[in-house]
Design a protein around this ligand. Structure first.
Ligand SMILES: [Fe+2]
Length: 217
């Protein structure tokens, strides 16, 4: 993907657009971005029921309260995540992280990656299974609430980052590729304290086409 195309795609994930789609945000975003149909979006939504309420709270807080009248009012979400602090950063980070989270998922996906991302995973970990184990361990052992990320440096080398709270690898100059939400709201209703089971089931929903696109963008 060209730099311009990548920038255009990123620009789609901006506050104004999210504002317009708040009423039915998750399925609207998913349908628009990865081209799945309404039934598939609803199927995915049912699987992610715990996430619904919290995501809406983050978005509403960010758009209706946190950024109004600040230098970030018209900034892109990426810029807000890069530059803001405190409450604005926490809410913007959570909106961005959930965008990455939802957009990488689709029902009836999973399986193993192909293409450049598969090559990079094999170069780093030797096998997909070894990568999966390390990402799962990172997610399972992250203390408190946060996110386990697969990220890449400028040269395309992959790494796994454990980020507390609303953390996003963008803040470290890394490109976010794939994330696992390990806030309790992401799994507690279905899995109680069995965080590893949540991660294991999440792998069955990963859309590797989206991950490849992020990695090669
Ligand atoms: Fe979440």
């Amino acid at each position: 993907m060209s730099e311009i195309k990548a920038a255009q795609k990123q620009k789609q994930v901006v506050i104004d657009e999210i504002k317009e789609k708040l009423s039915n945000a998750k399925s609207a975003i998913i349908i628009d971005y990865i081209g799945i149909n309404v039934e598939e979006a609803n199927e995915l939504r049912a699987k992610l029921r715990e996430e619904e309420v919290d995501y809406t709270v983050y978005k509403n807080t960010l758009t209706k309260r946190a950024i109004e009248g600040t230098e970030f009012e018209n900034a892109s979400l990426e810029d807000i995540v890069r530059k803001s602090e405190g409450g604005i950063y926490n809410n913007a980070g959570q909106v961005m992280n959930h965008n990455y989270y939802f957009l990488q998922l689709a029902p009836n996906k999973g399986g193993e990656p192909t293409g450049k991302i598969a090559e990079a995973i094999n170069a780093k970990w030797g096998s997909f299974e070894a990568f999966k184990t390390e990402l799962s361990q990172a997610a399972a052992t992250l203390f408190g609430s946060g996110w386990a990320w697969l990220a890449a440096d400028e040269a395309g080398n992959l790494c796994i980052e454990k980020e507390p709270n609303a953390g996003n690898p963008l803040r470290k100059g890394l490109k976010p590729i794939l994330c696992v939400d390990v806030w309790e709201h992401a799994y507690y209703l279905s899995y109680q304290n069995r965080r590893p089971d949540h991660v294991g089931d999440l792998f069955k929903l990963i859309n590797w086409d989206v991950i490849e696109e992020r990695y090669t963008a």
